[in-house]
Design a protein around this ligand. Structure first.
Ligand code: 5GP
Length: 114
């Protein structure tokens, strides 16, 4: 079996990070290295999907739950408008292969694109 991802370890309380919101199947944290005034991560609790393509194919309703929690935290932590980014593949900047959505809001710059 593969090693648990950093996000699974956060969810399990092995690595400290405040869970700022959650639903039955999804949770949200602040990014440790923010690239925008508001930079949150919305993550399925299961680590079985490596990226958004696998998630969309395997469990579309879980993807919808990710988008729904992104909307909720964007309303709570920003003015409700946000950019939703799923880096997909190392060549696109993905470093954690446990699917997660970046919620970017506030004054966005080119750096916000990662
Ligand atoms: P990716 O590069 O895979 O799209 O995004 C992974 C994100 O996870 C990065 O933006 C990185 O800053 C964030 N990250 C990595 N390790 C930790 C951590 O231990 N805690 C938190 N809160 N974020 C992390």
């Amino acid at each position: 079996m593969s090693e648990p991802s950093i996000f699974t370890r956060i969810l399990d309380g092995e690595i400290p990070s405040e869970i700022i919101a959650e639903t039955e199947n999804v949770f949200a944290i602040r990014d440790i290295a923010p690239k925008a005034p508001v930079h949150l991560l919305v993550i399925p609790k299961t680590g079985e999907y490596r990226n958004v393509v696998e998630l969309a194919a395997g469990d579309p309703s879980l993807l919808a739950e990710v988008v729904g929690l992104a909307n909720t935290v964007a309303a709570e932590h920003a003015d409700g408008d946000f950019r939703l980014v799923f880096n997909t593949g190392a060549g696109a900047g993905q470093t954690v292969f446990h699917v997660h959505a970046h919620v970017l809001a506030g004054e966005l710059t080119e750096a916000s694109l990662g």
